[in-house]
Design a protein around this ligand. Structure first.
Ligand code: OGA
Ligand code: NI
Length: 374
């Protein structure tokens, strides 16, 4: 079986969601947040609309092997004046993108104080009352601010044990007006992470044999679409039946994630689900669908999922760094040659791809499949 088919048939056993573009169910009851549900007294079991028939427990995750653990990239070496050190980190990036599609980044230049301030702001945001948060409930996928639950509550058949806040932060900056001071903290943090993303993309360009500035220019990164997703996973009385986030790949070029020290993220690697333990103050970075498209499949986006637990509230703060919304992303010309290495993807405007994904049921890499040619 081809890798893609193998992976998606595996996914079917994990996440029995229906096909893309189900009709929204107008008679669906409005669901409240998982936070409110989890805090309601005497919750000993989950409501049936949160229960997956085949759960994560039927598909046990493992810890990574000692000799194949998640790669660690020292970002500071990319600006080293020592050419050997630079060459080494570029080759580490190539290996990380090819073998894992996920890596930890240390010495990333984002101050700890900014990371902590972001964590505090998001905790503060999710602690607002349901009524206050409802003010930020988005209606459309292109709304700048969207607080919600599950993935796409109007089409999801089974709900995910997750509340979220999604905010577009670049090229146009949005931010909820609460809690106080959020917008200064978010603007600063997002700027620092964007700088990190562009720095990593330089190294990644080089690792593909392209000019260091190639991706930055071709993807119009001055107008990069950057979206914050903060995920709240409250304790769940039956974590083995629920799912925080189903297997999916990320749509952008690079996703940069921090979390509150509680694990839950699992990465599909070497045919298994591998648990990723948080490293304090490091970022977790993964390659997205549009890096797969621009690299003509050399660097594939990787499936990952989030499971929940019955003890601790987990918060993850995720920044997706993508091309500018109007960029039509195609494989880099230099990576394609006539017969032996044809373009494997058709070009699509980044914002059109996004709209397709956000209006669908989250289902593995199904949106990327639509632009994949072979
Ligand atoms: C995401 C994501 C994982 C997590 O937001 O795209 O994969 O651990 N989150 O919350
Ligand atoms: Ni993701």
């Amino acid at each position: 079986m081809r890798e893609r088919e193998r992976v998606s048939s595996q996914m079917a056993t994990v996440c029995p969601v229906a096909s893309l573009h189900q009709e929204a169910n107008p008679s669906r009851l409005k669901v409240g947040s998982v936070k409110t549900l989890a805090e309601s007294s005497n919750l000993t079991s989950i409501p049936s609309h949160y229960a997956f028939t085949t759960s994560a427990s039927g598909d046990q995750a493992v810890h990574s092997d000692h000799d194949d653990s998640i790669p660690v990239i020292d970002f500071s070496l990319l600006s080293s004046s020592n050419p050997d050190q630079r060459r080494k980190v570029v080759s580490d990036l190539a290996k990380a993108c090819q073998d894992w599609g996920f890596f930890m980044v240390i010495n990333h230049g984002v101050p700890e104080s900014q990371m902590k301030a972001m964590g505090d702001m998001l905790t503060g945001f999710f602690d607002l009352t349901e009524e206050e948060k409802r003010e930020f409930e988005g209606k459309h996928v292109l709304d700048g601010i969207r607080w919600g639950t599950s993935f796409n509550a109007s089409v999801d058949k089974v709900f995910f044990w997750r509340d979220y806040l999604k905010v577009r932060v670049h090229p146009k900056f949005y931010c909820p007006s609460k809690p106080e001071g959020f917008s200064e903290v978010l603007a600063e943090y997002a700027g620092a992470v964007r700088k990190l993303a562009r720095g990593l993309l330089k190294g990644i360009s080089e690792s593909l044999g392209l000019e260091p500035g190639y991706i930055d220019e071709a993807m119009n990164m001055d107008s990069s679409l950057q979206i914050l997703t903060a995920n709240l996973y409250p304790p769940c009385p039956q974590p083995e039946l629920a799912m925080g986030m189903p297997p999916h790949s990320d749509h952008g070029l690079l996703t940069i994630l921090m979390q509150n020290g509680i694990g839950g993220l699992q990465v599909h690697h070497g045919g298994k689900w591998v648990k990723i333990d948080p490293i304090p103050n490091a970022f977790l970075v993964n390659t997205g669908d549009h890096l797969e498209i621009m690299s003509n499949g050399k660097y594939k986006s990787v499936l990952h999922r989030a499971v929940v637990n019955n003890k601790d509230t987990r918060i993850s703060i995720v920044l997706s760094n993508g091309p500018s919304p109007d960029t039509v992303v195609t494989p880099a010309e230099q990576l394609v040659d006539g017969e032996s290495n044809r373009a494997k993807y058709i070009g699509m405007k980044y914002k059109d791809f996004l709209e397709l994904q956000q209006s669908s049921v989250l289902d593995g890499k199904s949106v990327l499949e639509r632009v994949h040619l072979s």
